[in-house]
Design a protein around this ligand. Structure first.
Ligand SMILES: Cc1ncc(COP(=O)(O)O)c(C=O)c1O
Length: 361
């Protein structure tokens, strides 16, 4: 059996099937169905967030957020994230301006944001990388001082709390991804959350082609809707979220205890965060060491992933920008397998390979 970077959480089949029975009876597959509404309600309750829209993925969530906030010109962002963070900015005809990351937290270095602000800057789009909270206080202060909007790419942030509240409650808009690779998933899916009811209305309109009624259109929209099948998966999985988070914590602590003392670095989690253990990234001294280890692991059917490489400042459609820290870390960082059915014994085995490789390689 392969050990891959992640495997989706699979709820008991019978539970999913019972939702299917209802879908068959209602013959209502998509377009604001009852399961979608139930999921939105349950997610709002669970996250203790007032406004949330369930969308078809986390990329559309970013694009809708950028559109709804009417952003143009330059958006300050991070070079260390998944490509969708940058591509969404470019897709919406804005220019990504990369600010380097903090080498410990791997999030945007807020002490460098102000020097990147120009007359054209309209927003900050920062990623809570691997579910680790950005310095949200500093970002709020900078955005107020310079009158900028804030979007958080919270694709990894489900389940993390900062100062006791969901990380998805920060910013003008927070987005999330519920893709099958994420700890809470709906197969494909995502969300936008906001405290602003007007913004919510605009994003809801955009999610559904701009329809105000069957024959009236209020704004340019897109198809950001999600289906009853995806909502059903979300409803099944949400029941297990505590168990999912607990297992991830146990496995991450096991990795940490077994890898302690080796010449590797770990991501520093912001203090006062209740972290979701979305990923287990390890930073090596050199890319050569990482590549040698990956080869060894692959030979043993273990498949970690190089999140995130390359640095987004190197994308072919982004103007050349210098972010030396991101460019230095990206080739040296590896995410180790982490998923609900991964066993402690498998973690121990992966750690033995790493130890052997680093000590005797
Ligand atoms: C940081 C980040 N942003 C955005 C996305 C896009 O989410 P989705 O795959 O749901 O479109 C991802 C997906 O993996 C991600 O990791």
């Amino acid at each position: 059996m392969n050990i891959t970077i992640t495997k989706p959480f699979m709820p008991p089949y019978a539970e999913f099937q019972s939702y299917l029975t209802g879908i068959w009876e209602r013959e209502w597959l998509t377009n604001n169905g009852p399961l979608l509404n139930e999921l939105e309600l349950k997610l709002k309750e669970h996250l203790d967030i007032e406004h949330l829209l369930f969308l078809n993925n986390g990329t559309i969530a970013l694009q809708i957020a950028i559109r709804a906030l009417e952003l143009e010109g330059e958006i300050i962002t991070t070079p260390f994230s998944y490509v969708a963070t940058t591509s969404s900015i470019v897709w919406e005809h804005c220019q990504p301006v990369m600010v380097d990351i903090c080498p410990d937290t791997l999030n945007i270095d807020t002490s460098k944001i102000e020097q990147a602000i120009t007359q054209k800057t309209t927003a900050i789009l920062a990623t809570h990388v691997f579910g680790n909270p950005c310095n949200v206080e500093a970002i709020t202060a900078i955005s107020r001082k310079h009158n900028l909007k804030v979007i958080y790419d919270g694709a990894h942030a489900f389940g993390t709390k900062y100062k006791g509240i969901s990380l998805l409650s920060y910013g003008d808009v927070s987005t999330c991804s519920f893709h099958a690779t994420k700890l809470f998933h709906t197969v494909e899916g995502g969300s936008v959350t906001t405290a602003d009811p007007d913004l919510l209305k605009r994003m809801a309109l955009m999610r559904n082609f701009g329809h105000v009624s069957a024959i009236e259109f209020g704004d340019v929209g897109i198809n950001g809707k999600n289906s009853e099948f995806h909502a059903a998966m979300g409803l099944c999985n949400l029941k297990y979220i505590q168990e999912i988070l607990t297992v991830r914590r146990t496995l991450s602590e096991r990795y940490m205890s077994k890898l302690e003392g080796l010449p590797v670095k770990f991501q520093k989690i912001l203090s006062r965060a209740d972290y979701n253990h979305a990923y287990f990234p390890v930073i090596f001294d050199t890319e050569a060491k990482l590549l040698k280890l990956v080869e060894q692991l692959n030979l043993n059917n273990i498949f970690p992933r190089r999140y995130f490489h390359p640095s987004l400042s190197k994308l072919p459609y982004v103007h050349e920008q210098s972010t030396p820290i991101a460019e230095d870390i990206s080739p040296r960082i590896l995410c180790l397998p982490l998923y609900h059915t991964l066993s402690v014994e498998e973690v121990d085995m992966i750690c033995r390979f790493i130890k052997r490789d680093l000590r005797y390689g």
